[in-house]
Design a protein around this ligand. Structure first.
Ligand code: KG4
Ligand code: ZN
Length: 335
């Protein structure tokens, strides 16, 4: 089964053709990040406009790259939640139009479920059940993936998402948006023990995260130093901050795996590109003889291929939509 998949939930317009959930025949990503950089973050109104401009060409190129026409496509999939509502609406309406004009089934895909599915593309042997740490710009969840379409959130952030905390700390250090990757790179040359930063815990909810206090601690350190006319060593501060975030993610994830009895651990979402997080989870799993999976870097960020992968399994579970499908800014991964 060949699925044409469309993604427009944030600042990437993406389309892909994916066969049977695992084989990527084409994948095209048109990023708007250079424009949003000027404002230090994603401007929703600009994102919607750029999606409108890019979507036609992106979908056309995905079909061309796969050397396929609509006669070779079996279904149209689209990210419909969660995300920026104006941005999502562009992809959803485009997909609805395609479904209506071709008569092909329409498959709605949850954005975080598709991040998890990026692992199915990279690791043909990977099958649920497993425990997944889904860490992106907007979410930080520990999810029991019971089967391809049945998920249960066992831990989540009470405030900022991990990616958001990385981006805000990086921005205060003067790095361009999105700062997570820059902070990660700089941290490689710093000493993670230079600064003592908090490791927040959420009372009574051992798998939940809280990153806002950590983010504020770093921002205060920088502001206090600048008021005294001094500058903090950026590599050391980056390394200390990255370690604090990764300690928190890793501790809760491993604890959940131990207590819930999972020996197969998976990372997903933009922050799964973080080099320390990848190393730490791989090392900890190796120590315990557990299986460990994360997506290749090119599949960590938003893309259409992961949507096409998850869509296949949604279709097999009977999750299709009519053309009354609407976009939703928020929606639980469990639904
Ligand atoms: O999954 P994603 O593309 O967007 C959402 O669905 O929200 O994730 C983007 C997030 C941004 O916050 C970005 O800074 C972060 O992923 N990110 C990283 C790294 N690469 C991307 N954070 C830490 N280290 C990285 N190497
Ligand atoms: Zn994403």
């Amino acid at each position: 089964m060949k699925i044409l998949a469309i993604e427009s939930s944030c600042d990437e317009t993406a389309a892909a053709v994916v066969e049977n959930g695992r084989r990527v025949l084409s994948s095209v990503v048109a990023s708007q990040v250079e424009e949003h950089k000027l404002y230090g973050g994603v401007v929703p109104e600009i994102a919607s406009r750029r999606h409108c401009e890019a979507i036609n060409g992106t979908v056309k190129k995905a079909l061309e790259d796969a050397s396929i026409g609509f006669d070779g496509i079996d279904a149209i999939a689209v990210t419909y939640a969660p995300g920026l509502i104006g941005a999502l609406l562009v992809g959803v309406n485009f997909a609805k139009g395609l479904s209506m004009s071709t008569g092909l089934p329409l498959i709605p895909v949850h954005h975080l479920r598709s991040h998890i599915a990026s692992n199915y593309i990279a690791h043909p042997e990977l099958e649920p059940p497993f425990l997944c740490l889904v860490v992106s710009g907007g979410h930080s969840h520990i999810v029991e993936v019971k089967n391809y379409t049945e998920m249960k959130i066992v831990g989540k952030t009470r405030d900022d998402a991990a990616g958001e905390a990385f981006d805000k700390a990086a921005r205060t250090m003067g790095m361009p948006y999105p700062g997570g990757i820059h902070l990660d790179k700089l941290a490689e040359s710093g000493n993670p023990l230079s600064f003592r930063l908090p490791r927040p815990r959420v009372g009574g909810a051992p798998y939940d995260f809280s990153f806002s206090g950590l983010k504020t601690a770093v921002i205060n350190l920088i502001h206090n130093a600048s008021q005294k006319g001094s500058e903090l060593p950026a590599a050391d501060l980056s390394a200390s901050f990255r370690k604090a975030v990764v300690d928190s993610l890793t501790d809760n994830f491993l604890r959940a795996a131990e207590e819930l009895g999972y020996k197969k651990l998976v990372l997903a979402g933009g922050v799964s590109a973080n080099s320390l997080l990848r190393r730490r989870i791989a090392e900890e799993c190796a120590k315990r003889s557990w299986e460990c999976y994360y997506p290749p870097l090119e599949l960590c960020g938003d893309n259409g291929a992961m949507v096409g992968s998850q869509a296949y399994y949604e279709y097999l579970s009977g999750n299709t939509a009519t053309t009354s499908l609407n976009a939703r800014a928020t929606m639980s991964i469990e639904q």
